[in-house]
Design a protein. Sequence first.
Length: 431
Amino acid sequence: MGKEKKLLVVNLGCSKNLVDSEVIMRQAELSGIDVRFESAEEGVDAVLINTCGFIADAKEESIDTIMNFAEAKTEGMIGKLFVMGCLSQRYRNLLTQEIPEVDAFFGVDEFKNVVQALDGKWQADKTHERCLTTPSHYAYLKIAEGCDRKCSFCAIPMIRGKHISRSMEDILKEAKYLSNHGVKELILISQDLTYYGVDLYKKQMLTELVRLLSDSNLFEWIRLHYTYPTAFPLDLLDLMRKRENICNYIDIPLQHISTKILKSMKRGIDKQGTEQLMRAFREKLPGAAVRTAFIVGYPGETEKEFNELKKFISESNFERVGIFLYSEEENTSAALLKDNVPEDIKEERMEEIMELQQEISLKLNQQKGGLTLKCLIDRKEGDFYVGRTEFDSPEVDNEVLILGEGIEIGSFYNIKITKADFFDIFGEKAG
């Protein structure tokens, strides 16, 4: 593409994809390319789409996005069109045949090839640098790639490969870069945080990594995303309790509670083990917010197993719950099972859980009335400043809507909570 050429990057899927896009954007910038992110601007020299291929809806969104830009290329509105990421990794041969308008498809680990296709130079000593697309006060940091788990419903290990941990030194180097660029909240991500270090250090090292980052005092908040229930390192909870700069927030997709379903899912834990883990969370971190996710309509889920799940959610009072309908993924072990739960039943079950969780969320939010909570301000919408507490991750959790003056985006404030809704709370600057 050459110097002063324009590149548009479109990111689809999860925050792990976003980090990949940010790394490539920075490499392109270092090569003198003018990089745009998810703008609708015409006349760019190249478009790079980072795709998701995890579930049916994500695949459809990725295909639609590719086709839209393929049409724009045919009409002369853009120059070259490149596609990378999970969908490209999984279906490259088919996509190459079906969408010839795309100049090249790349897999999930072909960063160097992508940059070279853009006529840029890959700088291996700069891979810790990123072109941040999030608000400058928070950023994601990927500590590992891939996954060694064998969950029956999940295609990620086939797409992303085996778990590969980054060294602590490499992670700390990137953390310092992010801190120097104004990041105040660091969100650690990988497909499975709790497995960190097993391949590299021959034992779980997540607690040691989080302690290192906490000791560095680079960030006011450190948040953990995507932990796994099997062999969860309980010493991590002790560390979280002692350190003010580690958010009292645990993201741990449980997927189900029925031992029968968990066994079929190959989750490596049963109902009793899950309940014991949740008790440990509440005992060691009584004030923490637990975010989890469940799948409804998994093959073999009868009314008995579904009611078991409903009862568990009702009794557990999870602060955040995501619900997903089971959808068959080719080449997974669950694809060999008969998908015997009708779609309308799946939808009904999802609605039941969502209604149940809505009431739980309202009750928990109302309990915050009158409290003063530390909030990080993300943006302003209309008359309200929009912030988050340590119990809320960006884009997926509750927000605090604040009226007042003298508030700066990207800063922390003590906010007195005045009112609560199902998924938002309202407040004003304290004192």
